[in-house]
Design a binder for this molecule. Structure first.
Ligand code: FES
Ligand code: FES
Length: 141
């Protein structure tokens, strides 16, 4: 039973009931897609955000993670966190916040890093598709 205890209960909860699993049409104009991998282990995470262009707010978010329990839990928790946030707020999320919430041990820190990289990658994909949104954010420059 010691192996069961090695995952914190919050990790198990997200692992057993992951929130916001799925995909969105990656060609849709208001969807940003992030696809990232962890060099340490080869696990892969896809994060997609749907953005309301009027206020730069994330109205929906989906993920698919091919990886360990901590990576799945990190992405599931991330999706709960970013829904309703502006792109700017979501871009400031740090993996340490996620790791702290899920009580990840040091060897699992890179799993939460995947979630931080994933949301950043989704945001930059959205900006790439919608260059005007970025220009507005930077104050019209
Ligand atoms: Fe195998 Fe993460 S290292 S699932
Ligand atoms: Fe590599 Fe978790 S072990 S993402």
């Amino acid at each position: 039973q010691s192996s069961r205890r090695s995952y914190h209960e919050k990790v198990l909860d997200h692992y057993n009931n992951p929130r916001n699993v799925g995909s969105m049409g990656k060609n849709e104009q208001d969807v940003g897609t992030g696809l990232v991998g962890a060099p340490a282990c080869g696990d892969v995470m896809k994060i997609q955000i749907k953005v309301d262009p009027h206020n730069d707010t994330i109205t929906d978010v989906k993920f698919k993670t091919f990886g360990c329990g901590s990576a799945i839990a990190s992405s599931s928790y991330l999706t709960e966190l970013v829904k309703g946030m502006t792109l700017e707020q979501a871009g400031r999320i740090r993996n340490t916040e996620i790791a702290k919430e899920l009580c990840l041990p040091p060897v699992k820190l890179h799993c939460s890093m995947l979630a931080e990289d994933g949301i950043k990658s989704a945001i930059s994909n959205y900006y790439k598709k919608n260059p005007k949104a970025k220009a507005t954010d930077l104050g019209g420059t």
